[in-house]
Ligand binder design. Structure first.
Ligand SMILES: *Cc1c(COP(=O)(O)O)cnc(C)c1O
Length: 413
């Protein structure tokens, strides 16, 4: 088929070929993105779209940021990969930078979020195995949580539709997010770790209630278990601080990072305290690509951009502005919107029952704004942290236009 593609294929040409050849486990929008700059994306026919999802909270520096592009190009031309049999300098520097910024002591590298969570799970089990507590294998996690698609990460994910047909999984006990008493009841001598997102992202953008993480820290300590924060979506400035769990009054024993860490280049990490440095000795865990020089250089560039452009501060101030705009929208369209909730530059516009994100998103995309869903009925805003106020205003204006037309659409349907 590829030979049949025209030299400058249309969206329709490419989508037809994609439907024939790509494994059909996704349901992508019916156009093909070709290039990006900042918060703008262009499809193969040159149509501009405003990107307020950033590849699921990944492209924190926007698209084609010159600093990130140059770092990747220079590193690719110097050294990409040597395996973990050998050190490489960008990786050592990245480990040091991440530890200094987060207050953790050790960094392990992998290539994705699910892999980082698998590392956490193996860390917990092997830590207690080493202490002779071999029965500590169960995790306490939360309904609605998302931790990834590999079997261990999937077991911790608290959404039944992701589990169906993939069992047996576990052992994991899921309790209601925000309910510390339920966590207390779920604890036992077999629990190795409590796993929590500082804001539940995929599940529908639910920020943790005040004091919740601190309660979890106390519960974990009381039962001799570890506390892990999945910071894959909430880390790297997304919530207006380097890690989402900062300022919560609770320091986790370890965290997972991915998404924004490479600004679009695939890289994941697990950060741990010094206490856990002995839990996974040589031979017990690893990754061929993990810690490669290219991904490390990309992540170092992202950290430099965060500093140079004051993106943590920007995430706070622009996030507050976005929140105010979305709350205003909820007031204007009370029959469609239920509420807006979020922190930093991670917001959910919650639609009323009957409105399904998967049905509304294509209309917003047709109107030129890229958003994604979270849960069933939530429109998620996770723009690049470099987004401008004008772009946020444009995005909310377009969403307002599409949402105000929905009841009429329903009536004529
Ligand atoms: C996206 C995400 C993951 C999974 O990351 P992958 O890179 O897709 O494996 C895990 N946890 C959270 C909180 C996420 O948002």
């Amino acid at each position: 088929m590829l030979g049949l593609l025209r030299e400058m294929p249309s969206n329709a040409d490419l989508v037809a070929l994609a439907k024939e050849r790509l494994y059909p486990n996704y349901r992508p929008a019916p156009f093909v993105l070709a290039r990006g700059r900042g918060c703008e994306l262009f499809d193969v026919e040159g149509r501009r779209m405003l990107d307020l999802c950033a590849g699921v909270a990944v492209c924190v520096a926007g698209h084609a940021h010159p600093t990130l592009v140059k770092a990747i190009a220079d590193q690719a031309a110097t050294l990409m990969h040597v395996s973990n049999w050998f050190y490489n300098e960008p990786n050592i520097r990245l480990a040091d930078e991440l530890c200094r910024r987060s207050g953790f002591a050790r960094a392990f590298f992998c290539n994705s979020g699910a892999e980082a969570n698998e590392a956490l799970l193996k860390l917990a089990r092997h830590h207690f195995y080493g202490l002779g507590q071999k029965d500590r294998v169960r995790v306490v996690a939360f309904h609605n949580a998302f931790h990834g698609r590999t079997l261990g990460a999937l077991a911790m994910t608290g959404t039944p539709k992701y589990h169906e047909g993939f069992g047996p999984l576990g052992p994991v006990t899921h309790v209601t997010y925000g309910d510390a008493d339920a966590v207390e009841r779920a604890m036992g001598r077999d629990v190795c770790a409590i796993m929590v997102e500082p804001v539940q992202g995929e599940g529908g953008v639910f920020p943790a209630p005040a004091g919740f993480l601190a309660r979890l820290r106390a519960i974990a300590d009381h039962h001799g278990a570890l506390l892990f924060a999945d910071e894959i979506q909430t880390g790297i400035g997304r919530l207006g601080r380097f890690l989402g769990s900062e300022g919560s009054g609770a320091r986790p024993d370890a965290v997972s990072l991915a998404k924004g860490l490479g600004g679009g280049f695939p890289i994941g990490a697990m950060l741990t305290t010094e206490k856990l440095a002995g839990a996974l000795p040589p031979g017990t865990h690893g990754s061929t690509f993990g810690g490669n020089a290219l991904g490390s250089a990309a992540a170092l560039a992202v950290l430099r951009i965060l500093d140079d452009e004051g993106l943590l501060e920007a995430s706070r101030t622009k996030g507050e502005a976005l929140g105010a705009m979305l709350r205003q929208l909820v007031q204007e369209l009370p029959e469609i919107c239920e509420t807006a909730r979020g922190q930093g530059l991670l917001w959910g516009l919650v639609m009323r029952p009957g409105f399904v994100a998967r049905e509304v998103l294509p209309r917003i995309q047709e109107a030129g704004v890229l958003l994604i869903g979270a849960g069933e009925s939530v429109l998620r805003f996770s723009p690049p942290l470099v987004v401008s106020m004008a772009e946020l205003e444009e995005g909310v204006r377009v969403v307002r236009g599409v949402l105000s037309a929905l009841p009429a659409l329903k009536a004529t349907a």
